[in-house]
Ligand binder design. Structure first.
Ligand code: ASP
Length: 310
């Protein structure tokens, strides 16, 4: 029987000194653990990898600690514009949404685009119109308000600068969330959801909603979810590059992901990380930043929950 495996992330980067207290670290780990267990239980009961990744990402979207759903950062105009994408490695069906406000769980809307529309990617008004047709509930701005995120925006408001969700480049942290899974049938899936970057320009789309860039799944190779400086991830076509190195060069999951994050992305000047799984249930979670909120569990092994590098 196939191994089941699930990995999740809550963003890569460096924590601003003095911001991480033992209490906060505990909260991060608790929310990561909840998201991991909720997704894992679906796999353990014989459920599909696509259901598992959606569930884990829903949990992370509902936590104010991560830059997705409830915890989304502020745009230059003081709004929240969220991006998300999901992919099924068996059928290679995919769904993505971008520039969406008011939706609690953008990853579920991306899944609806995959399953209930003829399209792969809906953005802005069109995505909102689609959500309305499906009777999504729209939250008002107070649901997404977080004083930390608001203050981060105040530091940048009125400037041309846009930042990952901590203000100092060198001390930056990215809070995008994602999940990758391998189910009992060896089917892979990946899901990624984000609020993007603080003070980002109206209309800016990052890597997280782009299939093959911030998110990709293919049963022949791997499932990948990324986090980091989106503009660089787009130019490096990160997620698909990991898959290609496995498919065309015969590299292992770990070798492929390491080269992409620690060589190809770094050479362009990009920082961040990814989580990936293959159909044997191997997991790898490389990052070229000081840390990445992450958790994983393979079959009956003990789970791993970590923030910093080892
Ligand atoms: N990759 C995301 C973006 O550029 C940011 C992040 O990972 O936190 O929108």
């Amino acid at each position: 029987m196939n191994k089941i495996a699930l990995a999740i992330h809550g963003g890569a980067g460096t924590l601003v000194k003095g911001m991480m207290t033992p209490e906060l670290e505990k909260r991060y780990k608790e929310d990561l653990n909840t998201a991991l267990q909720e997704g894992y239980i679906i796999l353990a009961k014989g459920g599909s990898s696509i259901d598992a990744v959606e569930r884990s990402v829903n949990c992370l979207e509902d936590s104010p600690l991560f830059n997705a759903g409830k915890g989304s950062v502020f745009t230059a105009t003081g709004d929240h514009e969220m991006d998300a994408s999901i992919m099924d490695g068996k059928s290679r069906n995919a769904g993505a949404i971008s520039l969406v406000s008011g939706i609690r769980n953008p990853i579920s809307l991306a899944r609806d685009v995959m399953e209930k529309s003829e399209h792969v990617f809906l953005a802005g008004e069109g995505a909102i119109e689609f959500a309305k047709k499906l009777n999504y509930i729209f939250e008002d701005k107070s649901y997404f308000y977080d004083s930390l995120r608001y203050n981060q925006w105040q530091e940048l408001k009125g400037t041309e600068d846009f930042k990952l969700d901590h203000s100092h480049k060198k001390d930056s942290k990215f809070g995008t969330v994602g999940a990758v899974a391998c189910d009992l049938d060896g089917n892979l899936a990946a899901a990624t959801s984000t609020g993007g970057m603080t003070n980002k320009r109206f209309g800016r789309i990052g890597d997280s909603s782009l299939i093959g860039v911030g998110n990709y799944a293919n049963n022949n190779t791997c499932a990948v979810s990324c986090t980091g400086s989106g503009e660089f991830f787009i130019r490096a076509v990160v997620a698909y590059d990991v898959s290609c190195l496995m498919e065309y060069k015969g590299l292992s999951l770990k070798e492929a992901a390491d080269i992409v994050i620690n060589k190809r992305l770094l050479d362009l000047g990009g920082d961040g990380g990814l989580i990936a799984v293959d159909k044997q249930g191997n997991i790898t979670m490389p990052f070229n930043t000081e840390g990445m909120y992450r958790a994983s569990k393979v079959s009956d092994e003990k789970e791993l929950i970590a923030i910093y590098g080892t």
